[in-house]
Design a protein around this ligand. Structure first.
Ligand code: ADP
Ligand code: MG
Length: 319
């Protein structure tokens, strides 16, 4: 199979999208902007050995490659619309490509995004997706918009992907049932696009949690020039995961694990009911986990009121 067979047979599928003037097959794609919208762009790259195991199932890989980009749109409150996929592949294996593309197009259809182009080259596995989304003009959930007194909220559950990854590295032991749930979270993150869009009219700052909550909240605090208190032991996770891990390890996974692809966002306390209502409408759990204040940096607080200090070696708990 040649590169051009691959493009024709696997990538040039019918995708209903009235705003795509010209899709895959020419030198470049053309899309037509709608009046009153801002466009929002993001790009994420995944490398074998760094972001995924080289023997990952192609369907899981395709899901992740697209989901992490959809998550960036969710974090802006944008409607994802178009994606470009650049792929380096060691060979064109038909069964592998079929499974990869079926999964990719299934997720794309689920979120209403259209694959409009990309590039294919021979090499060790690398995937880079560029995504474009739409926002109502002048609106976005930006990192620099947190306000004093805001509640801090987190969607879904944290630490599962990190637990599964550590189980692969054999640095943690998990019961089979718990591992299965964590592994599913690691392989099939669910981008919180519906929640992000529903929050857009009233939430303040937001970002997706990809590098660990503590670090990612830090970006919001820095951009917004504020501090925060985070109630670490109230962070949402899998109860069975928490039950089977030493507390320090659990805190490490929820605070610094990475690969969660949940949203962390801030909103005024007056909007609590509204947050809960849009969370329910978008079928996404949300948990209130802290508060924006006028200190500097992030203060992580344990259930007993003691401060949790993040060190390069892990976490120290000064109760
Ligand atoms: P060029 O020579 O300009 O790089 P190509 O022959 O690589 O063009 O690509 C032909 C068409 O196939 C273009 O529309 C391109 O966007 C599309 N394409 C190539 N690779 C991919 C891919 N991995 N995913 C989606 N579209 C692709
Ligand atoms: Mg090319």
């Amino acid at each position: 199979m040649t590169e051009f067979d691959f493009i024709r047979r696997y990538l040039q599928r019918q995708q209903p999208d009235r705003d795509v003037v010209l899709g895959i097959g020419d030198d470049a794609a053309i899309v037509r902007p709608r009046a009153g919208t801002d466009w929002c762009f993001s790009s994420d790259m995944l490398l074998a050995g760094r972001h995924f195991f080289a023997d990952v199932a192609p369907a899981d890989l395709a899901h992740k490659v697209l989901a992490v980009n959809l998550s960036d749109m969710a974090a802006m409150g944008a409607a994802p619309r178009w994606v470009l996929l650049s792929a380096a592949l060691p060979q064109l294996d038909e069964a592998w490509l079929q499974a990869f593309c079926d999964s990719l197009f299934a997720l794309a259809a689920q979120f209403g995004v259209t694959l409009i182009g990309g590039d294919t080259t021979r090499g060790d596995y690398v995937f880079s997706v560029t995504i474009a989304g739409e926002l109502p003009q002048g609106m976005a959930l930006r990192r620099d918009a947190a306000q004093l007194g805001d509640d801090i909220w987190v969607s879904g559950r944290l630490g599962l992907a990190a637990a599964a990854l550590n189980r692969h590295w054999q640095t943690v032991q998990l019961p089979q049932e718990v591992f299965a749930q964590c592994e599913r979270a690691r392989l099939r993150p669910q981008p919180r696009v519906a929640l992000g869009r529903a929050l857009l009219p009233f939430a303040h700052a937001a970002q997706d949690v990809s590098d660990g909550l503590a670090q990612d909240i830090g970006h919001i605090l820095k951009a917004s020039g504020v501090g925060a208190e985070l109630w670490v032991d109230a962070l949402p996770s899998l109860p069975d995961l928490r039950a089977c891990l030493p507390l320090e390890r659990w805190r490490e996974f929820v605070l610094a694990g990475g690969d969660d692809y949940e949203l962390v966002f801030t909103a005024a306390p007056a909007d609590r009911a509204r947050v809960l209502a849009v969370a329910e409408q978008s079928a996404t759990a949300v948990t209130r986990v802290g508060r924006i204040n006028n200190t500097s940096g992030l203060r992580m607080v344990a259930a007993d009121g003691g401060e949790i200090i993040l060190t390069s070696l892990g976490f120290d708990h000064f109760g």
